[in-house]
Every structure is written in C-alpha cells, then in structure tokens.
Design a protein around this ligand. Sequence first.
Ligand code: ZN
Length: 113
Amino acid sequence: MHEMSLCESVLKCLQESAKAQNFKQVKTVWLEIGALSGVEIEAMRFSFEVVVKDSLADGAKLEIIELPGQAWCMKCSETVTIEQRFDACPNCGSYQLQVTGGDEMKIKELEVE
Ligand SMILES: [Zn+2]
C-alpha cells in the first residue's frame, strides 16, 4: 500500500512548514489528488489517520479534492478529460494521448493554529 508512504511524506511536509511558519497544530489538510495518480482515496484516509497519530496533525481533518485526468490529444489538437491512464480520447477514440494533468498529489492548503 503506497498510500502509507505518501502520507509519511505529507507529514514530513507538514512538519517542515510548521518549523518555517511557526505553528504547532494542524487542524485541516486539503489534499489535491489527481484521477491518474493511482492514489486510492479510501486507503489515503486510512493511512493518514495512522501516520499522523501523536504528531502535530493528530486528529486533523483530511479534505480531499479530486482533480480530473487531462491529456493532450494529437488528433484533435486539444486537451481532453480522461478517467484513466491509457483511456482513448473521448472525442475521436484515438490512443495518441499525452497525459498533461491529474497525475499529481499535493497539499493545497492547511488550516493551522
Ligand atoms: Zn481526440
């Protein structure tokens, strides 16, 4: 389950911002997760609770913002929305797509005190 190690890097990031911005407690974390990132949201929620236990984010709320997958279709010459990597273009059915967005995961915002 790679969500566990993803949560560990989120926590590391929180600890670094806490040091830089001088806060002690994280109340809410908004996490952007792309549809193509391969991250399972339920697994992410579960891992987050386990990983942040007894840390500065113990009991913090995890808000997940799901971003759609985006790809550039060479045939249509435009950006299209796809649900999965290796999906065909929803407009023309071509597989000549290049993923341009939705494969990332990052912290969007924090509520701290
Ligand atoms: Zn197309």
